[in-house]
Design a protein around this ligand. Structure first.
Ligand code: DGL
Length: 285
């Protein structure tokens, strides 16, 4: 069990922010990552479609006999985690609960300040973060805001200093800022990359919660409870699979991972369900 890999998936390359945290926290673990780059974005799709995609991708990951699957995509976690947990034969961890718990923990106690959540449209419409926060802090007001344009501009390579990013943040965060939240969940895989811009707009009295960090901590705890942590202090391998355009994944993804991406293989959605006894696809050079 300890030597089995951890499967991590996302709608595209944003989940590499979770991989980065996992590799920092658990450098000895082998990770198999799947980015569904042919079908990204999930954030504007229906719950039915997001579940189908998440289930197909997870089924592909099962081929590697993972000890844990992490739905690193906020949208997939918000819309599909319950069903994935029921239907997959391995433990599944999402990013919503760890992020929500961290937001509650970091909201200054007794000040009666709300908690803010920013995410894709689908995540906000599901109210999954609001439910998870309410379960832990029923009295705390919650403000949710969809930021549909942010994923595209971040993928373009625009950073916190970019005037377009700044303009979007000022507009999206206006309502949240006026209500003076104690903490704010960056409820989308891409947002940690513009954390500095969010901090600039909201001011440093708002604690920004990166669900990638919180999820990596939760994954470590979960594996420790199951005595499934790999004891190695270093040397964990990262193997990536994508459903389209491995070259772009390699180039743009290294910004999300903060290290060069070496092994990427291209698997089309039609190949997700090939027989188990067929050879596992190998990375393209
Ligand atoms: N990975 C998605 C999320 O965290 C953002 C990109 C998408 O819309 O698929 O919600």
């Amino acid at each position: 069990m300890q030597n089995q890999p951890i499967g991590i998936f996302d709608s595209g390359l944003g989940g590499l922010t979770v991989v980065q945290e996992m590799r920092r926290r658990l450098p000895g673990e082998d990770i198999i990552y799947f980015g569904d780059t042919a079908r990204v974005p999930y954030g504007s799709k229906s719950p039915q479609t997001v579940f189908r995609f998440a289930f197909e991708v997870s089924s592909f990951l099962l081929r590697f006999e993972p000890k844990l699957i992490i739905a690193a995509c906020n949208t997939a976690s918000a819309l599909a985690l319950d069903k994935l947990e029921k239907q997959l034969p391995v433990p599944v961890l999402g990013v919503v609960e760890p992020g929500a718990a961290e937001a509650v923990r970091r909201n200054p106690p007794g000040a009666n300040r709300p908690i803010g959540v920013i995410a894709t449209e689908a995540t906000i419409n599901s109210h999954a973060y609001a439910r998870a926060i309410q379960a832990l802090a029923p009295e705390t007001p919650i403000i949710e805001q969809a930021c549909p344009s942010l994923v595209a501009v971040i993928e373009e390579g625009r950073t916190s200093r970019d005037p377009i990013v700044r303009m979007l943040l000022i507009d999206y965060l206006e309502k949240i800022r006026a209500l003076n939240p104690g903490s704010l969940v960056l409820g989308c895989t891409h947002y940690p990359l513009i954390k500095a811009g969010v901090a600039e707009v909201l001011g440093d009295h708002v604690a920004l919660v990166d669900s990638a960090e919180a999820t990596a901590r939760a994954a470590e705890q979960r594996l420790a409870q199951q005595a499934a942590l790999n004891g190695r202090a270093a040397g964990g391998r990262l193997q990536c699979y994508v459903s389209d355009n491995p070259q772009r994944f390699r180039e743009v993804g290294s910004r999300f991972l903060a290290e060069p991406i070496k092994d990427v293989a291209w698997i089309t959605p039609e190949q997700f369900f090939v027989e188990q006894d067929q050879p596992t696809p190998q990375p393209v050079p």
